[in-house]
Design a protein around this ligand. Structure first.
Ligand code: M6R
Length: 609
């Protein structure tokens, strides 16, 4: 969703801000803007639409400066208009804001009584006026920001500049990520490291309640009590190559093809140790995992489907009961807490608000055993969890999650096996068998990717359709759900997924010649059941598109199309069967000409409710 970048340097920072905003585009936004301290003035350029439109306007105006801030806005309070786009300005103070200010209406009324006029419908504008109010009262910029944030309820990452203080920028963080990039004689701020990684990899992650002052020469950070604090410097491992398209047409295509490498990287520690060691999940493992009696998984979207696969694995392999719940549902229900349950949150971004709030809610209920599976180091959700498994998928730019999902599955499989080992349910032979299967996984994924030309041909038949049905059973049912989500989110074809056994309890009524039915049907113990369900579809004139594996002995026949992955990979089969449904969605969207990487109405990191 919204993105922040800021810079203070000896050079012109306008290209730095525009490049940074372009790298934040993947998060989803509908307007963009920059503000610059230019001499004793603040200049601002804002546009609805793409960053490139704002860039053209900035070039036309010929703006240049050595201090500036930029923003991509995803509208929440107030429509998509230039007046609502950030930065917002109050008497020479300009700021950009990620997050939501919950008490903005009370603050607006108060500021109006103090004589402030409002130009936008946003919650953000109150912050600019409040800072000005405190500046007028005699505070300097940092002091004014520190006074202001104490009056805000809600979540914010803020970057602020003032025409009266051309030598510094001040920033604050609560509930939304914000980091400082350390350069040589120049410094940066960003909500996401990708915005500044081409200038520096040295970063400081601000903590909740921190404020900071950033000049060319250095950075000073203050804790929630305004006292100076030291925050550790990190070296980001986000690579520039992961942010570039290279030879691919879309980031989604690139990220689908990166899966063999992403999975190999994620597996590295397991393969090196040739064992499922509790240490895979962090330092406190012995204490947190000791006495675990069950697992509660919380997540949203694709991450929820990864959790849904994990439920089958955890119960079957470790024997522990496991529930999976959509984070936005869990956080608002009166859940019965069992402190011996392990709470597992799954999130690619580590920023998803509902997942974060579900974790906080679980903790408020007395859950102390928390583990996060996440792809973004130092993001909010892993920081709030006692144990962490970082997937090593690299930056995922396409809104449709692909390599994050399959690497999450790898982490979750390792969790199932580790819990089994700790509970005495994994003997050395079985452990060796699982490790061997994981060792071969990147190769099996590559074989599945080689099916792309056949899947692209199927996609041409899907492109003109309005609806599609996905079926699976057992551990492959969540893969059907994931396939339907991928298809709907990027091709805009209405797609639903059902456990194949449910067909005759309702959805069979939808089946006719116009409804393609995708079936995930590997050679497992449920295959014969799935075959019966497929007969039910054929008998109603439905056309079947079956993804199966070489061992399953499926033959094509009239109305039954079959694509086979080269071999059955046993317990890891859901991971391999994810690849064909990703490719089907991608090529269908391509045929329909949709904006594959930035589908309408969606954002990469969902940081609002
Ligand atoms: O970053 P997260 O994994 O927490 O994101 C959760 C969902 O928003 C995300 O998986 C979403 O469903 C994707 N667009 C699906 O492709």
């Amino acid at each position: 969703m919204c993105g922040i970048v800021g810079a203070i340097a000896d050079r012109d920072v306008v290209p730095v801000l525009i490049d940074g905003l372009k790298r934040l585009e993947y998060r989803g936004y509908d307007s963009a803007g920059i503000a610059l301290v230019d001499g004793s003035d603040v200049r601002r350029v804002r546009r609805t639409g793409r960053v490139s439109e704002m860039e053209a306007a900035a070039q036309a105006e010929g703006v240049r400066a050595s201090l500036g801030i930029g923003h991509t806005r995803w509208a929440t309070h107030g429509g998509v208009t230039e007046a609502n786009a950030h930065p917002h300005i109050s008497h020479g103070v300009a700021l950009v804001h990620n997050g939501i200010i919950e008490n903005h209406e009370q603050q607006r009324e108060r500021l109006q009584q103090l004589g402030y006029a409002f130009e936008s419908q946003t919650d953000t504008e109150v912050i600019a006026h409040l800072i000005h109010h405190y500046l007028k009262g005699g505070q300097d910029l940092l002091g004014a920001l520190q006074c202001t944030v104490k009056e805000l309820h809600g979540a914010y990452a803020l970057a602020v500049i003032s025409r009266k203080e051309p030598g510094r920028m001040v920033v604050a963080r609560m509930g939304c990520p914000l980091l400082i990039g350390l350069g040589e004689g120049e410094n940066f701020v960003a909500s996401d490291v990708s915005a500044i990684v081409q200038y520096t990899r040295r970063v400081i992650f601000l903590e909740e309640g921190d404020t900071a002052e950033i000049s060319r020469e250095g950075v000073r950070v203050f804790g929630a009590d305004d006292a100076p604090v030291q925050r550790e410097e990190h070296l980001s491992d986000v690579s520039l190559a992961s942010l570039e398209l290279g030879p691919y047409r879309h980031f989604m295509q690139k990220e689908i093809h990166e899966q063999p490498r992403a999975i190999a990287d994620t597996l590295e520690a397991i393969i090196d140790a040739s064992a499922f060691e509790p240490a895979l999940f962090g330092k406190d493992t012995d204490e947190v995992l000791a006495g675990v009696e069950g697992v509660q998984i919380l997540a949203c979207g694709t991450s929820f489907y990864a959790g849904s696969v994990a439920r089958y694995w955890i119960e079957a392999i470790s024997g522990l009961p496991c529930s999976v719940e959509i984070a936005s549902e869990y956080r608002y229900r009166k859940a019965v807490a069992n402190p011996k349950q392990l709470i597992v949150t799954i999130s690619q971004s580590g920023e998803t608000l509902d997942t974060m709030e579900a974790l906080k809610y679980a903790r408020s209920l007395g859950h102390d055993k928390t583990l996060s599976i996440c792809n973004v180091p130092e993001s909010a959700i892993p920081r709030a969890s006692r144990l962490v498994f970082y997937t090593r998928a690299g930056a995922e730019i396409g809104v449709a999650s692909t390599k994050a999902f399959t690497t999450q599955l790898v982490g979750l499989f390792a969790l199932a096996a580790t819990l089994a080992k700790l509970h005495g349910r994994l003997d050395a032979d079985k452990e060796g068998e699982y490790i061997e299967a994981l060792r071969h996984l990147p190769g099996s994924i590559q074989h599945a990717l080689n099916l792309e030309p056949q899947i692209a041909l199927w996609a041409e038949r899907f492109a003109p359709r309005d609806h599609a049905l996905f079926l699976g059973r057992g551990v492959h049912y969540p893969i059907a759900l994931e396939g339907a989500l991928k298809l709907k989110e990027i091709s805009y074809i209405h797609a639903e997924a059902y456990p194949a056994g449910e067909l005759k309890h309702g959805p069979l009524a939808l089946v006719d010649a116009a409804m393609p039915v995708v079936v995930i049907a590997p050679n497992d113990s449920l295959l014969e059941k799935v075959k019966s369900n497929m007969q039910e579809v054929r008998a109603r004139g439905g056309e079947l598109f079956v993804f199966t594996d070489a061992d399953s002995n499926f033959n094509e026949s009239e109305g039954v199309h079959v694509i086979r992955t080269p071999r059955h990979v046993g317990v890891l089969s859901p991971i391999v069967h994810t690849i064909p449904v990703q490719l089907l969605a991608y090529h269908t969207a391509l045929s329909r000409g949709t904006d594959v990487d930035k589908p309408r109405n969606l954002a990469k990191a969902v940081t609002v409710e």
